[in-house]
Ligand binder design. Structure first.
Ligand SMILES: Cc1ncc(COP(=O)(O)O)c(C=O)c1O
Length: 459
């Protein structure tokens, strides 16, 4: 197994850049991030890469990546997020269906955002649900993308390899849904998406059982061939129904093979920018670890053991050892089987522990990319030994614009308030900012959001 980031100079630089910070904190190595971005573009085979925002969760980094040649558009993960981003970005596909009625209402009432945001659906039920939230729509108001099932099914569906996402698997079903979209004047079918998680998100070179590795490789080979044929057939059939603007597929782990399919017009990727531990186990690419979190040693229970504060920054997915964070620096430290990564403390064992004392720092990698940002309000960006910027994560930027008043501001009638909100978030912002009651929660939230500076990032 490759030992990622066994590059002492890198850690010494990062340590110097962040010596004045009080842990816990999270750090992005800009040199590594830039190299990763360039490698994603190279692997994308000349087709644009839509940035998967769930794997970045930092608005200013999203912005900077999108300024690089080779990246275009955002694959967002919630509609409120997309509405929040749409004041700056003009091409946002929400990668997952939404059931957020307030956000749908706001989208439908805001022509600028409606032209910038595309909704994901995989059934007529989604269309019904959207219309029940928005009411009657002007012709062509909402942009729609259909999500296709990209999993591998064997033995007549008895074996399902891949995520459970869309029920739309074959061309006939896709065409029927495409026709249903086009038959409703308020909607416009603009795209198709099919994400092959069983290829893009599963390393084909994981340590451990040779048998398992061999099976993963065989499964991925079979799935690639099956999906390429099925995707081509679906895309060509749906193009007879609607002039598609894009066909999106793939992820960090599959860029070269997904982009090689003629039916694909763009790929999506995000994790490869931060290079989390999950992506150490692929044969065809090796992202550089670019995202870390740093915890302080708070006790030394005995020789060969150092205990850090917190540590349970666990990744989502099927619970298992591979979801635990990886102690990366100093090298040679491991988690214990009995305690793993704890809620308030994490013992680390190994000879390197003897070189640590109270207040020493241990550098960790998260297993996944964007989830790191759910633990911190800011990311510290380092360029070699220099800290260049500190920028808010999604969590630290405050929630997306609130979409409905919990209660109208004092002196504002419910109707006026409702009308302001539905009109546009800017009008809502104005109405709330002008609210005379300083204790009004909603107005305070807007004020905070409006006043919060977003550090810009240069990559
Ligand atoms: C729809 C979709 N596209 C692409 C991706 C790939 O994202 P990443 O490159 O961050 O792994 C994902 C990840 O879950 C996804 O859900």
């Amino acid at each position: 197994m490759r030992q990622p980031y066994a590059r002492p100079a890198g850690f010494h630089d990062l340590a110097r850049a962040t010596a004045h910070l009080e842990p816990p904190f999270a750090v992005i190595d800009l040199v590594a991030l830039r190299a990763n971005a360039a490698d994603l573009v190279r692997r994308g085979g000349g087709k644009p890469i839509r940035v998967a925002s769930k794997s970045v969760r930092c608005r200013s980094i999203l912005s900077s990546v999108l300024e690089m040649p080779g990246f275009a558009g955002i694959l967002a993960y919630t509609l409120p997020e997309a509405l929040w981003l749409a004041d700056e970005f003009d091409d946002i596909v929400v990668g997952y269906p939404t059931a957020d009625r307030d956000a749908l209402k706001q989208l439908a009432g805001d022509p600028v955002r409606a032209a910038r945001v595309t909704l994901m659906i995989d059934s007529v039920d989604h269309l019904d649900y959207i219309e029940s939230a928005t009411g009657p729509l002007e012709p062509g108001t909402l942009r729609i993308c259909i999500d296709l099932d990209a999993s591998l099914e064997l033995l007549d569906g008895l074996v399902h390899l891949g995520a459970y996402r869309s029920p739309i698997r074959e061309a006939a079903a896709a065409v029927a849904l495409a026709e249903a979209v086009q038959a409703r004047p308020g909607f416009r079918l603009v795209g198709l998406m099919a994400y092959e998680g069983q290829i893009a998100g599963v390393g084909d070179n994981a340590p451990g059982s040779v048998v398992r590795r061999t099976m993963v490789r065989a499964m991925q080979r079979t799935s690639r061939a099956e999906l390429a044929n099925r995707r081509a057939a679906i895309v060509s059939a749906v193009r007879e129904v609607a002039p598609l603007e894009f066909v999106n597929g793939g992820g960090t782990g599959s860029l070269e093979t997904t982009s090689a399919e003629d039916a694909i017009t763009e790929t999506a990727a995000g994790s490869g920018l931060y290079g989390p531990a999950l992506f150490d186990t692929y044969r065809n690419f090796q992202p550089r670890p670019a995202a870390f979190f740093v915890l302080p040693v708070v006790r030394r229970p005995g020789p060969g053991i150092a205990t850090v504060l917190g540590g349970g920054w666990i990744a989502s997915g099927p619970a298992g050892k591979d979801r635990l964070p990886t102690p990366s620096w100093p090298t040679g430290l491991t988690l214990t089987a009995a305690e793993g990564a704890g809620e308030v403390q994490t013992p680390l064992v190994g000879a390197a522990a003897n070189g640590l004392s109270i207040g020493s720092r241990v550098w960790f990698r998260h297993t996944k990319a964007g989830e790191l940002c759910e633990h911190v309000d800011t990311l510290h960006l380092a360029e070699g030994p220099t800290l260049t910027t500190t920028t808010p994560t999604y969590r630290g930027t405050l929630p997306p614009l609130p979409l409905a008043h919990p209660a109208p501001a004092p002196g504002v009638s419910s109707d006026a308030c409702d009308a302001a909100c539905r009109g546009s978030s800017d009008a809502c912002y104005q109405a709330c900012r002008d609210s005379s009651d300083p204790s009004d929660q909603f107005a305070a939230r807007h004020r905070t959001l409006g006043d919060r500076p977003l550090a810009s990032v240069r990559l």
